[in-house]
Design a protein. Structure first.
Lengths: 611, 360
């Protein structure tokens, strides 16, 4: 019957019906929001990536020096050939790539050993003081990632490349060997000590979710301990390990601070530092080739991870009670092992800070005697002999400007990230099952696969010229906000989705039936029920942005400098004590932020990492 | 003030699943219609289509004489514009609002004054016997109390049509019984057209004026509870309704008004059909005798299951097994010989092939 009526419909009626349907579709809140988000992400992610790619295929003004006859603006493979198969490609690309891989794999391995072992001891043994261990394990991660690298320098610098002689050298009188002071070993160790938190959190969550009855069943069936470990425990923990691996690996691949402090002085370049040195001299085409290589590496790893974990994920749902009947007894090892763990953690968490503070209290650098103590680096007036004449950090307007910039950047980023989180969460959750929502969700994931420094590089090419209605943003503070927000999109999408999922769809439907329009439903039902999730997301973004360096290092200018980038500039200018003072200020700010968060939600870093 | 609902050729697909398949229903004003069927048969989906929470693929829905959905015309009114109320299975009370706020939310949308709202809240709470709970939060109440508040929330804004999706399924047996009584009473008083979803046949039989039995998105039978129980339109409905289950006996037409089942024949009422048949007979429609009698068939008591008010007897004869329900505690012993007497008027015949009721 309905069919017949349809056939009788005139063309006009059918067009009208189609229009009505279309109008109804585009005016659905989640569709509007999805379309807005597509537009935003297109501008913030897709176009910049495209621009960057195009830059690598185009001659620029500065290329004329190297490539005679080059016409700026012309299409060329020059950059790719130069970077991938020319005399300089070893130095420019392959050595840094090798270094990056070495550093990343090394750091990931040690982070795995430390984090995995700690997690096992905390969850599966009768080790006392688990709460303390849990808290201490998150401390290194809360601090900026290059903190330990800076502290390393205070302790181990041997003077080979100048700079402030280290504490160890002062104590023993002999300089430590170069391989301890600089290069891959200290970079690996300092990164591993920062990133082991990932493994610790992932693995302890996974171990906690294993139902020990599975293992007991294995034991009853007469399997040996090792067999149980291999056949039951490992398969359940492997997805967590892989996730930890991916996060650590891709973060360390794109990390800038450590390699810049401990590698560059001895010309041990990684992809990130080489990328920076290219962009510093204006060789954008070359630099972007490196960025793209970096992105491809990161993408491949994440893709592989999803392939592997994707098929294994089913394991994760097994058990899930968190009920642990049996724990390995440490017996005689209990106290020694516990002390060892705590001592290790305290050293990692506290010693770097003490060293950094100590170094800022020394009048002449490298002399750690009591008589040399001074507060000049903190509150001294401008003095030609110290820090190129800059006053103590607490009297230095540049530092205050940097601190204010840091806070401002963090606030703006946190605000816009939370806002995008609300929008993305609503659009994706309400649109579940539609292609549009799926597309939005996938697009929102892209920044995740782009390492921080490469993401920064993407934006150089984007905003040197106006794009559509947007004026050129290069060198502005707004650009820093844009890049930080864009990089956070995957996290805001994830936390937005999980917050929205907390609100059953019936709650909104009941309001719709009561006659509330979309805005009323959002303001009166959805927002009140999700706001705590967004507030904690806001706070978390706030502190992660404060200590972000790799992402913005290519984009800051002296006027937009934030504390994080100032530490780098001071180091590069040879004012290490000043740099150390600045990072302490940054750490204090971050710790305050963190304290507020833990007040706010009982101190769970885990939730915020979206694990 | 009550309203007729007309559904024409309604179809709703989720990918390949046809959740509602070309359903046409007319729900007369003031009816208490129950949608009954096994899990996944599309009851909720049909209800949500009517409410406007789901966009159907094809068909038309009228509420009163208002066209609220038409695929051909491209019309689909917002849920809020359809003038109906829905009680959700999980209540869907807003957890951050007090009972008072939960109820007045819709009233605010209707721009009632404070005094009017107070009045309505008071009235609605009284109706569900929850007065005095205005300032409680949902989490401070038991499941049954939340259920009542959900009901009050709907009553307070006086929709023309009440929709309820398994509103009692989260309650314990006792509360469920009480609430059935209340709901039926409520419908009696308000007279509002009500569509009620359940997969509990007792609920459907006890409360409805009409039952629509669904299977795989298709309405199998729309009838009064009495007719659905005594004259199921097909084998699915016959099998679905009744506890203990109806006896379905394979048979063949063997003569004038006679069907042969196993090695005995059953007399049936006048009909005209031939070939393979299924005879359906309700366990309580069979009489159990301890002595032979004319037209009674000899069986052996395979198992006897007394249950206080009634007893269930499972009887066997060759391959034929029949379940019988008798009042009180049965004195019959296991393995005892018994004679079953079938009443021709209470037998239903179904075509073996199509599964449809064969009528005289
Ligand atoms: N949002 C959806 N997406 C995909 N399939 C759905 C969706 N909602 C329902 N279905 C499918 O449609 C069919 C009918 O579902 P519906 O919820 O209407 O069943 P129901 O009769 O209410 O069952 P129950 O008694 O279990 O509540 C099922 O096969 C179900 O899997
Ligand atoms: Mg249902």
């Amino acid at each position: 019957m309905a069919k017949q009526a349809g056939e009788e419909q005139g063309l006009f009626e059918r067009a009208e019906a189609w229009l009505r349907r279309f109008w109804r579709w585009v005016t659905t809140p989640q569709v509007i929001l999805s379309l807005i988000m597509l537009f935003v992400m297109f501008y913030m992610v897709i176009i910049p990536l495209y621009r960057m790619l195009m830059t690598t295929f185009t001659f620029s003004e500065s290329d004329v020096r190297y490539a005679p006859g080059a016409v700026p603006g012309d299409f060329t493979l020059f950059h790719w050939i130069r970077m991938l198969s020319s005399k300089v490609s070893t130095i420019m690309t392959f050595e840094p790539l090798l270094h990056s891989l070495t550093v990343s794999l090394g750091a990931t391995f040690f982070a795995f050993v430390i984090g995995g072992a700690l997690a096992w001891m905390v969850v599966r043994t009768d080790m006392p003081g688990r709460h303390t261990i849990n808290v201490l394990a998150t401390v290194p991660y809360i601090m900026p990632s290059w903190t330990i690298a800076m502290a390393w320098k205070v302790l181990f610098n041997n003077g080979t490349t100048g700079g402030m002689p280290g504490f160890l050298m002062y104590l023993t009188g002999t300089p430590p060997p170069d391989w301890i002071s600089y290069g891959p070993v200290p970079i690996i160790v300092s990164s591993a000590l920062h990133y082991y938190t990932f493994f610790f959190l992932f693995v302890s969550a996974a171990l906690m979710s294993i139902d020990s009855s599975l293992e007991e069943a294995g034991e009853l069936a007469g399997a040996s301990r090792w067999r149980i470990l291999r056949k039951i425990t490992f398969p359940l923990v492997i997805p967590a390990l892989l996730s930890g691996f991916i996060m650590t690996f891709s973060k360390t691949m794109g990390t800038f601070g450590g390699p810049n402090i401990l590698g560059v002085p001895v010309r041990y370049y990684t992809m990130s530092t080489m990328l920076r040195s290219n962009t510093q001299v204006g060789a954008f085409g070359d630099g972007f080739v490196l960025a793209i290589v970096l992105i491809l590496f990161s993408m491949t790893t994440i893709f592989l991870n999803q392939k592997i974990v994707g098929t294994r994920k089913s394991y994760e749902t097994i058990g899930g009670r968190g009920f642990m009947a049996q724990k390995t007894k440490l017996r005689n090892w209990r106290m020694p092992l516990t002390s060892l763990v705590i001592i290790f953690q305290v050293i990692v968490a506290v010693l770097p800070l003490l060293l950094l503070i100590l170094s800022t209290l020394m009048a002449r650098s490298g002399d750690y005697s009591i008589s040399n103590l001074t507060l000049a680096h903190w509150i001294g007036q401008s003095n030609e002999k110290i820090n190129n004449g800059e006053p103590g950090v607490l009297l230095n307007p540049a530092i205050y400007r940097g601190a204010w910039n840091s806070i401002k950047l963090a606030l703006y980023t946190a605000f816009f990230t939370a806002l995008l989180g609300v929008i993305l969460g609503y659009a994706i959750v309400k649109g579940r099952g539609t292609r549009l929502a799926k597309f939005v969700e996938q697009l929102a994931f892209i920044p995740y696969v782009i390492p921080g420094i490469a993401f920064g590089a993407v934006y150089i090419s984007m905003f040197t010229k106006p794009v559509g209605p947007i004026p050129p943003l290069y060198g502005t503070f707004a650009l820093l906000v844009v890049v930080s927000v864009a990089k956070h999109i995957p996290y805001s999408s994830r936390s937005g989705v999980s917050a929205m999922l907390q609100v059953g769809r019936e709650l909104e439907e009941a309001a719709a039936l009561a006659g509330a329009n979309a805005w009323q439903r959002f303001a009166r039902i959805i927002f009140p029920l999700t706001s705590t999730g967004f507030v904690s997301g806001f706070l978390l973004t706030f502190i992660t942005t404060m200590r972000e360096l790799s992402l913005i290092i290519l984009l800051v200018t002296p006027t937009t400098a934030v504390l994080a980038s100032m530490t780098m500039r001071y180091i590069e200018n040879g004012n290490e004590q000043q740099a150390n003072a600045v990072i302490i200020i940054l750490i204090v700010l971050v710790l305050i932020g963190n304290f507020i968060i833990s007040r706010f939600r009982g101190g769970s870093l885990k939730k915020g990492l979206g694990m | 003030m009550s309203t007729t609902i007309t559904i024409k050729n309604l179809t709703k697909r989720f990918g390949d699943v046809v959740a509602v398949n070309n359903v046409s229903l007319t729900i007369e004003a003031g009816t208490f219609l129950t949608l009954l069927g096994p899990s996944g048969c599309g009851k909720t989906t049909l209800l949500r289509c009517i409410a406007g929470l789901e966009d159907p693929n094809e068909g038309e829905i009228y509420i009163g004489d208002k066209l609220v959905y038409s695929s051909i015309k491209g019309i689909s009114l917002q849920p809020g514009a359809r003038d109906l109320g829905l009680v959700f299975q999980n209540y869907a009370l807003w957890p951050h609002m007090t009972v008072y706020k939960n109820i007045t939310f819709a009233l605010e949308m209707q721009k009632l004054t404070k005094a009017q709202m107070d009045e309505r809240v008071h009235e609605a709470l009284k109706e569900v016997q929850m007065d005095g709970y205005e300032n409680r939060y949902p989490r401070e109440m038991s499941g049954g109390q939340q259920q009542r508040i959900a009901l009050a929330r709907m009553l307070a804004y006086r929709p023309k049509v009440f929709l309820m999706d398994e509103p009692l399924s989260n309650l314990d047996a006792r509360l469920r019984m009480d609430m059935r009584t209340e709901l039926k009473r409520l419908h009696h008083i308000s007279g509002a057209t009500t569509i009620y979803v359940t997969h509990d046949q007792v609920e459907a039989l006890t409360m409805s004026t009409n039952i629509a039995v669904m299977k795989l998105g298709v309405v199998q039978q729309l009838d009064t509870p009495d007719r659905v129980y005594h004259f199921p339109a097909n084998l699915f409905v016959a099998d679905f309704i009744g506890n203990p289950k109806v006896n379905l006996l394979d048979g063949t037409v063997s003569g004038q008004n006679q069907v042969k089942v196993g090695d005995f024949a059953l007399d049936v009422e006048t009909f005209n059909a031939r070939g393979k048949m299924v005879v359906a007979v309700r366990p309580e429609d069979i009489a159990v005798l301890t002595e032979p009698e004319l037209n009674a068939v000899e069986f052996t008591a395979y198992s006897v299951l007394p249950a206080g008010a009634d007893s269930t007897i499972v009887a066997q004869r060759g391959d034929v097994e029949v379940t019988v329900k008798v009042m009180g505690i049965s004195k019959i012993k296991m393995d005892q010989k018994i004679w079953l007497k079938f009443d021709p008027t209470s037998l239903n015949l179904y075509d073996k092939e199509s599964g449809n009721l064969v009528t005289g």
